[in-house]
Design a protein around this ligand. Structure first.
Ligand SMILES: CC(C)(COP(=O)(O)OP(=O)(O)OC[C@H]1O[C@@H](n2cnc3c(N)ncnc32)[C@H](O)[C@@H]1OP(=O)(O)O)[C@@H](O)C(=O)NCCC(=O)NCCS
Length: 234
């Protein structure tokens, strides 16, 4: 593979060339929905595409946002980055998302994207790269509190979760959980459309792709996604 990481400013035509990597309900966080359309237009130098030059195809992407960060990991993670985080003079780069097409996973593409995020931060005079990381296998353990899950370790001391592990291999450090990184609320009918499940009564439901159960009260389902803040020096 001849991998290249390019910015959206350099190759805007790559937008729309990748499949969706997340479950449908993840598209319904109102803060993200409101902010996302401006991300590529306002911050094109901060959005990355991974390209396999040999096969002339995009194989991954990474999105970041310059934020003003006071060193405190905000419990609202992504929602913070896309609201209050962007006010004021930026100090720090915040990673928002990384995605790699399934047939290129496990080949180091995501590490190359994170590494390039660090150089983007340095190139813009920002002091660190922070990330509210979405643990890749947390959906397998929706009943385990995020505080416990991020403590799970392999015998070599690295995180049990493969995506946290990749950050750790790149010298990323765990800061704190972001227990309310995204909040998604919808009516029963909306959740049924998003998930193709039925939710006959109020209560907690385990939903494929969700990191914690979705809680229905009075016919409204609320999902509060926990992530984990990590920091990389640049
Ligand atoms: C999270 C994601 C970007 C990680 O990319 P990746 O290419 O799998 O990452 P890595 O190459 O660093 O692999 C991480 C680990 O998973 C393993 N792995 C993941 N997918 C694999 C696959 N299809 N085949 C073999 N190994 C795989 C790797 O071997 C590695 O394990 P190791 O630490 O024991 O070596 C990718 O899985 C993805 O796009 N997922 C969907 C979107 C998402 O959840 N993004 C993260 C939240 S923003």
């Amino acid at each position: 593979m001849k991998l290249a990481i390019v910015t959206h400013a350099e190759h805007p035509e790559l937008r729309g060339t990748l499949p969706e990597f997340f479950p449908e309900f993840m598209r319904h966080d109102p803060i993200v929905e409101a902010f996302w359309p401006s991300l590529y237009d306002v911050y094109p130098d901060f959005q990355l595409w991974a390209v396999d030059r040999e096969f002339r195809r995009s194989v991954g992407y990474g999105c970041t946002l310059p934020v003003q960060w006071n060193g405190e990991p905000d419990p609202r993670g992504i929602d913070w980055a896309m609201s209050g985080g962007t006010s004021g003079k930026p100090t720090t780069l915040c990673a928002i998302v990384v995605g790699v097409v399934p047939d290129y996973r496990g080949t180091g593409v995501s590490a190359a994207i994170v590494d390039r995020m660090r150089s983007v931060a340095a190139g813009h005079g920002l002091d660190a790269l922070i990330a509210p990381v979405r643990p890749m296998w947390k959906d397998r353990y929706p009943l385990t509190p995020i505080e416990r899950y991020i403590d799970w370790r392999l015998p070599d001391g690295l995180a049990y979760d493969p995506w946290i592990r990749t950050h750790e291999r790149l010298a990323g450090e765990l800061l704190a959980p972001a227990p309310r990184s995204m909040t998604i609320s919808g009516s029963r009918a909306e959740w049924e459309e998003w998930t193709e499940l039925t939710f006959p009564e109020d209560g907690d439901y385990v939903v494929p792709g969700a990191l914690v159960p979705v809680r229905f009260t009075g016919g409204t389902g609320v999902y509060v996604e926990p992530n984990v803040w990590m920091v990389h020096s640049v």
